[in-house]
Ligand binder design. Structure first.
Ligand SMILES: Cc1cc2nc3c(=O)[nH]c(=O)nc-3n(C[C@H](O)[C@H](O)[C@H](O)COP(=O)(O)OP(=O)(O)OC[C@H]3O[C@@H](n4cnc5c(N)ncnc54)[C@H](O)[C@@H]3O)c2cc1C
Length: 447
């Protein structure tokens, strides 16, 4: 198939949450004929890795009032839930991610029905992009070629290399079924995916022991409702990881001295994340990644209390242990751990769950045909911070150092430029900005 760009076509590579969100924005705001094409190998558009889980104990990590698709209508998700027959204080509910995925799909269906623009989902993977005189040509895993005036990389998270043979992911329901009667299970990772794994096991009547390990021993905590504090970072903002850490530590001490809760810190920092990241020299971004990222991950992304309750029950029954350790090898049902405080521990385990979060951010290490092709062609350049690719605004920068303005990126590939590009609220803001940019760019094309 060769799609000619009349009307102009926007190709979105990847139909997870970010790709679906951008499609909704483009469809809702189209004032002239436009073709929106999403290439996504999954059967539906809008779920990606995070919202494809079928388990009701896998929850979105904040209350519904934080996750509207429309910033101008923050209670849109809550109203949608009420329309689906959910009752009670739905705005404060931590809903299953499966249900959030249905919300996104429903909104995409609505936008498709109401739009002047057309929408196509091609079920394939984009394996290569070529720049042409009037746009870009995508080659798909199906053998098809698609021509578009503009293309967007919404390719999301990429899996990390395996940790051990036979290790499973917490979102693999059949694998979790297989561990329901296990005596000892090792979980590698101690952040949100670990909470998913514990909730999955416990919901199956698991009675064994869960051993969770993380390199630095930071364990995620449940989200608590705490009074807001004002932004506290100095003006000008710190430009080094050390400067940031010392400002956060000082505020932490002040909060504790006043009898407060450290969980007031992340919301008070959120507005400064983008200027902090963009104001920091590259060496400091790398330093932050090396020394502070795991702390940031468990501070900023707190767990949904209803699913964390499963972990607390197991811990109260003496069936949950968290350690600062690294998995060095596995053999004959034994996991060999190197403890952070020194020494080794050999644990007999019946299964290992990989909860490192499915996230390889470094484009030099991602083994996906499109990623390799974009780098080989010089259409995209790995970001020197080790996260995603270089961009100016949301326009992808090529090997020659310029952003021609026909190729854009959204979400995870933008983390080197904008850091928190992975959570729903940040992606909602980025998606709106990118839709406006694309509209403007197509108008210029028509002149
Ligand atoms: C398990 C999990 C739980 C999460 N929970 C939360 C939460 O509660 N709250 C929150 O704010 N954030 C959460 N997140 C963060 C999450 O990353 C975002 O919310 C959002 O789902 C990211 O969407 P995305 O489209 O960028 O990436 P993804 O969901 O990864 O989607 C990318 C899509 O691109 C497709 N793709 C990749 N390469 C190609 C290609 N070459 N051609 C075609 N298609 C391609 C993939 O098939 C995939 O469907 C969670 C993440 C995970 C992994």
């Amino acid at each position: 198939m060769n799609m000619i760009s009349n009307p102009p076509a926007i190709l979105i590579c990847g139909g997870g949450f970010a790709g679906a969100l951008l499609a909704i924005r483009l469809l809702d705001t189209a004032t002239a004929p436009l073709s929106v094409i999403v290439v996504e190998p999954r059967a539906t558009v809008g779920r990606g890795v995070a919202y494809s889980t079928v388990e009701d104990v896998h929850l979105v990590n904040g209350p519904a009032s934080h996750f509207s698709l429309y910033p101008e209508d923050p209670l849109h998700l809550a109203d949608w839930l009420r329309g689906q027959g959910h009752t009670g204080d739905v705005a404060e509910a931590f809903i299953p991610r499966r249900l959030f995925g249905t919300y996104v799909e429903t909104e995409l269906d609505r936008a498709i029905r109401e739009s002047r623009a057309s929408f196509t989902h091609l079920r394939a993977e984009v394996v290569a992009l070529r720049r042409q005189p009037h746009g870009l040509e995508a080659r798909l895993s199906s053998g098809a070629k698609v021509h578009a005036a503009r293309a967007v990389l919404a390719t999301g998270v990429h899996p990390l290399g395996g940790i051990a043979q036979g290790a499973v992911h917490p979102w693999d329901a059949a694998a979790m079924d297989g561990l329901a009667d296990a005596r000892d299970v090792l979980i590698v990772g101690a952040s949100l995916s670990m909470v998913d794994a514990v909730a999955s096991l416990e919901s199956r009547g698991f009675r064994g022991h869960i051993h969770a390990i993380s390199r630095r021993g930071h364990l995620i905590e449940p989200r608590r409702v705490v009074p807001d504090i004002p932004p506290f970072l100095p003006d000008p903002l710190p430009t080094t990881a050390r400067g940031l850490l010392s400002a956060v530590r000082a505020e932490h001490r002040r909060i504790l001295a006043d009898g407060g809760d450290w969980q007031a810190l992340p919301p008070a920092l959120r507005g400064d994340v983008l200027p902090l990241w963009q104001g920091a020299p590259m060496a400091e971004r790398r330093r932050f990644n090396r020394h502070l990222r795991s702390l940031w991950d468990v501070m900023a992304h707190r767990a949904a209390p209803p699913s964390f309750a499963a972990l607390e029950r197991a811990r109260a029954e003496g069936r949950f242990t968290a350690r600062a350790a690294r998995l060095v090898r596995v053999g004959q049902g034994e996991a060999h751990l190197r403890l952070r405080r020194g020494g080794e521990l050999h644990l007999q385990v019946d299964g290992i769950i990989d909860c490192r979060g499915h996230q390889e951010h470094d484009w030099r290490r991602i083994d996906a045909p499109l990623v390799r092709d974009l780098i080989a062609q010089g259409l995209a350049v790995p970001h020197p911070s080790g996260f995603g690719i270089r961009a100016q605004g949301l326009a992808v920068v090529g090997l020659n150092g310029t952003a021609p303005g026909d190729l854009f990126a959204l979400g995870h590939p933008m983390r080197g430029e904008a850091w928190e590009s992975s959570s729903i609220p940040e992606q909602v803001a980025q998606g709106s900005a990118l839709a406006a940019l694309l509209r403007q760019s197509l108008r210029q094309l028509a002149l």
